[in-house]
Design a binder for this molecule. Structure first.
Ligand SMILES: *Cc1c(COP(=O)(O)O)cnc(C)c1O
Length: 431
């Protein structure tokens, strides 16, 4: 199974190439040339997440033996992705049991495992640079922590990330270096960009990035929806002939792309629902046919605050740019902040389960849906958003142990002026 960029479809590339390139040199995203068909019946005979994940991913990565891929997956995903009952006919696909308690961990851990595998074989090392305003940086730091052939530098704006986010980036040590830049997020991004355009530095350090649009992060997310369906089927869902609808709280629409891929690969999934916050470019597009990106609005579900979703071109490509097909394949719902807060409170009162604000957007959309059963992608643990939880419920909750440990860890960071020359000298001294 090969890949090509959206702008240069005639050039076929293998997984390893798109993994290390991230974004195509022509500036567009990579997509699979086609999607393999899965034998859903065979999948229901598999007992483990890792067996299912291997079966889903192997056709995309034919150069790695299945036994090796299975071993890499077991190591990268040493936590479950359970399907949890919320109400009678509503379920949560808990995608947040990774090290920073959000679903981006799972893509980052898989991507790191794949890169490290190839680098090990070639006796090569790379250096990854990431600029972050908080969340992506911690997922990448934890995803790549311990990779033998990869050094990671995370640049974040000093004093402008939440204390917990800062701890998640600065307490690891080892191959992860946190750099606290005296400046804002755009300055961090500019320092990373300039280094990546510095040919001498790039070749000396093997510089690359770990962008969220990387195929190595998107492909493993297909597994969430396949595995959820397998758990449903093998736990008695079989007796309900209605395929589950799936609701995905969406920002850059990577997770929704993965869900649509799973359906396209033959998993019996009912209606697919994109739930957004007030950043409603996609719901508006589905309704009107006009794609009109907007400036980003700030909401309680901040990881979904995206005015121009980067993965939308992949979805448009999947449906051959045909609005009518997109309209019939995707229901899109926009949920305002006041409903998000109310959903957190109502769900807690009704079920005793605490939702994070992103998952609450999805659950609200699901409750207003006729199609049942419905699975909602639960994208983060509520403990990551104590302020929103307090605003919704009036209560404070204990941190889970894993997070408390990070919060209590010792911060180690390098302070850096917003100055390219200093940053370059620092990087050069690391080789
Ligand atoms: C990134 C993120 C999302 C949005 O996912 P996309 O793939 O960008 O649509 C939703 N919830 C949480 C908690 C996230 O971190």
């Amino acid at each position: 199974m090969n890949f090509h960029s959206l702008r240069t479809p005639e050039t076929q590339l293998d997984f390893k190439t798109v993994l290390f390139q991230g974004l195509s040199p022509d500036g567009s995203l990579f997509v699979p040339e086609s999607l393999p068909k899965l034998d859903s019946k065979r999948l229901t005979q598999m007992e483990s997440l890792h067996r299912v994940a291997t079966t889903v991913l192997a056709p995309f990565i034919p150069d790695i033996e299945e036994a090796k891929l299975h071993a890499l997956l077991e190591k990268a995903w040493d936590f479950p992705i359970p399907l949890q009952t919320l109400d009678d006919d509503l379920f949560l696909i808990e995608e947040f049991h990774g090290p920073t308690l959000a679903f981006k961990d799972l893509g980052a851990r898989f991507m790191a495992a794949m890169m490290d595998h190839y680098l090990e074989k070639e006796g090569r090392k790379v250096t990854i640079l990431v600029a972050t305003s908080g969340d992506t940086g911690s997922a990448v730091a934890h995803g790549f922590f311990g990779a033998k052939n990869i050094d990671v530098f995370v640049l974040y704006p000093s004093g402008k990330v939440s204390p917990l986010q800062e701890k998640q980036m600065t307490t690891l040590g080892g191959n992860i270096t946190a750099i606290e830049v005296t400046g804002n997020f755009d300055d961090c991004q500019a320092l990373v960009k300039q280094a990546l355009q510095d040919a001498e530095l790039v070749s000396k350090l093997g510089l690359t990035t770990a962008n969220s649009i990387n195929m190595g992060r998107l492909l493993p997310q297909i597994v969430f929806y396949v595995w959820a369906w397998v758990q449903w089927e093998t736990s008695g869902g079989l007796y309900d002939p209605t395929p589950p609808s799936i609701v995905v709280p969406s920002g850059n629409f990577g997770n929704l792309t993965a869900c649509l891929y799973a359906k396209e690969m033959g998993i019996p999934i009912g209606p697919v629902v994109a739930a957004t916050n007030a950043n409603r470019v996609v719901p508006d597009y589905i309704r009107t046919g006009e794609y009109d990106p907007k400036p980003t609005l700030h909401t309680h579900s901040s990881a979904m605050d995206v005015g121009d979703p980067s993965n939308w071109t992949r979805i448009a490509h999947l449906f051959e740019e045909d609005w009518a097909r997109m309209r019939s394949a995707i229901h899109a719902v926009t949920v305002p902040d006041n409903q998000t807060l109310k959903e957190i409170k109502d769900t807690l009162d009704r079920t005793g389960i605490l939702l994070d604000p992103h998952t609450a957007v999805g659950v609200y959309a699901a409750r207003n849906l006729k199609d049942r059963p419905a699975f909602v992608a639960a994208t983060a643990h509520p403990a990551k958003f104590p302020e929103v939880i307090k605003a919704a419920t009036g209560k404070e909750f204990d941190m889970p142990e894993a997070l408390a440990k990070i919060a209590g860890g010792e911060k180690q960071s390098v302070t850096m002026e917003n100055d390219y020359a200093a940053w370059r000298t620092f990087l050069e001294a690391r080789v």
